[in-house]
Design a protein around this ligand. Sequence first.
Ligand code: DGY
Length: 307
Amino acid sequence: MERLERESDFLWHREERAATRAEVIAGAQGRDALICTILDRVDAELLDACGGLKVVANFGVGFNNIDVAAATARKIPVTNTPGVLTDATADITFALLLAVARRLGEGERLIRAQKWGGWEPLQLLGADVSGATLSIIGFGRIGQAVARRAEAFGMRVIYWNRSALDKSVVPVATAVSFEDVLRQSDFVSLHVAYNSETHHLLDERQFALMKPNAFVINTTRGPVINEAALVRALQTKQIAGAGLDVFEREPQLAPGLAELENVVLAPHLGSATIGTRTKMGMIAVDNLMAVCAALRPPNCVNPEVLG
Ligand code: DGY
């Protein structure tokens, strides 16, 4: 913010709530650059309504909120913030995995409701993490960081990735088919980017392939899972539980999800550390400033427009 204030004619949405679409358009009209969050839908209509944007800098690594094809057609570079949130997101993946396996949400609710009567031999018995099989769906930066954490927890790690990867990337992890990651795992963690190909990647059919003791962890984007189908799979105990940081229609949850005991829910906190969000902001500004200075932005997702 300080840098933008120093180096540009800068307007920002100061309220502790997401800007409405009308506010984004009004604020960005006639300006050179827009920094948007992952909540702002930047599409052809918005780009045309703003008129004259030279760059759209997303404050986030995922950019499914932006119609990149529409930006490319208008020769507008779109940038994102990769790399700096890898560890924070891998950490929250593990936080959810441990919390749901060891029933921390249920335990916390028990204590807060003042219903805990003391230690019992069979109280809230959870699933073993050490020795369990973790499947990672999408083995990019974040998936690999999760695999390294899993190794330290003594887990067996298998993964599925769209393209083949060199074994040396994370030697502890073995590539298997998509069906095998579902069939073999005790924990399935999602790390694919969200797009039309990964929409509802986990749906009724995939839950049916999973073991009844399997847990699903999602820290990527909500619509990678058919949330209504997940609720049914959890209600019928087709799978054992879920740890979710993202939801199909944030901030709304699918009916029935919040009532389930066997889920741990977080409000999209993957990158929410002071260090990570600060670095994301700095990168967004670096990207934006580079385009405005007619330089190559470090993280352009549609580099073809740069010429
Ligand atoms: C991202 O950057 O895509 C995260 O979901 C939010 O930080």
